[in-house]
Design a binder for this molecule. Structure first.
Ligand code: ATP
Length: 311
């Protein structure tokens, strides 16, 4: 597998504060990789290190195969970033904003013209290209900022809260655009977000950071599963004598209820399948087996604060 980003024990301190601590990450190319974590977790510091805007205290990283300490110029040539502030010029038109940017990226005039059309059409803004930006809504400006980040056809896009402040419809449109860019053009998106629904919908992998430390890095599904409940509810009838199934490994308790449910508590990491098999063999009729999966929010709380599921 090709990686767009690889970090090796990447560390950055500010005085006695360790903002990023021994980070080891691998971001596969052509995917959306999300970074979640509370305020001050080190997410922005990580992006600034990866773009070569900050020097690591120790450790190293390669971005698109380039070393962050010695080849940041190449990294910025082939990647693009939309950080906290849009940095758009409000007193001029959308088109002029993109022209300035294209020139800053050392694109030729013909390249600039054709890319302006492509990126503005992508976000449905081409007809409004002559408008003065100060008259645009916040959502339109945010779209323009992402469009601008695509001007240089980056292989890697760093986005810090791209949908912050957008209404639900505009945010959904933005997410669709980002998915299209990844799926159709193979761009890698490195996404910092506090929006868990967005992370779950867009990201193939998520890293959870807290106090500069990596707590987890996995698919959203696996992160949720790791914090999921060990309680299983089985609906059915004709339950056998529970003494017959009590000894199956991984079962802590079995409680049949008069309403027809069987409440099962499993040991951490245990699976329910062997119990179901035994119950059926003992004559039970099973209608439904339900094991509650933690939401991403519950999983995040469990990881960051050590809170038990549902707390
Ligand atoms: P948020 O979600 O609030 O944007 P974050 O995860 O992006 O937070 P960072 O901005 O990376 O967090 O900050 C991580 C830690 O590093 C914080 O404690 C912050 O105060 C500290 N920090 C970041 N930049 C500097 C700096 N230039 N000088 C001193 N401390 C800094």
């Amino acid at each position: 597998m090709e990686y767009a980003i690889q970090t090796h024990e990447l560390t950055r301190s500010f005085g006695s504060l360790i903002a990023l601590n021994d980070l080891n990450l691998q971001v596969p190319q052509g995917t959306v990789f999300g970074v979640l974590g509370p305020n001050g977790a080190g997410k922005t510091t990580m992006i600034r290190l990866l773009l070569g805007l900050l020097r690591p205290t120790s450790g190293k990283a390669e971005v698109l195969g380039y070393d962050i300490s010695t080849q940041s110029h190449q990294i910025r040539q082939y990647s693009s970033a939309l950080l906290e502030h849009d940095g758009l010029y409000e007193r001029t038109s959308a088109e002029h904003n993109l022209m300035f940017w294209g020139r800053a990226c050392r694109m030729s005039s013909s390249e600039i013209r054709s890319r302006i059309q492509v990126v503005l059409e992508l976000f449905g803004l081409y007809e409004r290209r002559k408008d003065i930006l100060g008259e645009w809504s916040r959502g339109m400006k945010r779209k323009l900022a992402v469009a601008r980040a695509l001007m240089n056809e980056p292989n890697l896009l760093f986005l810090d809260e791209p949908t912050s402040g957008l209404d639900p419809v505009s945010a959904a449109e933005m997410r669709q655009h980002l998915s299209d860019i990844v799926n159709q053009q193979g761009v890698t998106v490195f996404l910092n977000t506090h929006n868990l629904a967005e992370a779950e919908q867009l990201c193939q992998q998520i890293a959870v950071l807290s106090n500069g430390c990596l707590l987890a890095c996995d698919t959203p599904e696996n992160i949720r599963r790791s914090a999921s409940s060990n309680e299983v509810l089985i609906t059915g009838s004709d339950w056998p004598d529970m003494a017959m199934v009590q000894d199956i490994p991984g079962i802590i308790s079995l409680t049949p209820h008069p309403n027809g449910h069987l409440q099962v508590t499993l040991e951490q990491g245990a699976v329910v399948a062997p119990l179901i098999k035994e119950l059926v063999m003992a004559g039970a009729s099973i209608e439904e087996v339900r094991r509650d999966t933690a939401s991403l929010e519950q999983a995040l709380l469990t990881l960051v604060e050590g809170k038990p599921n549902g707390a």
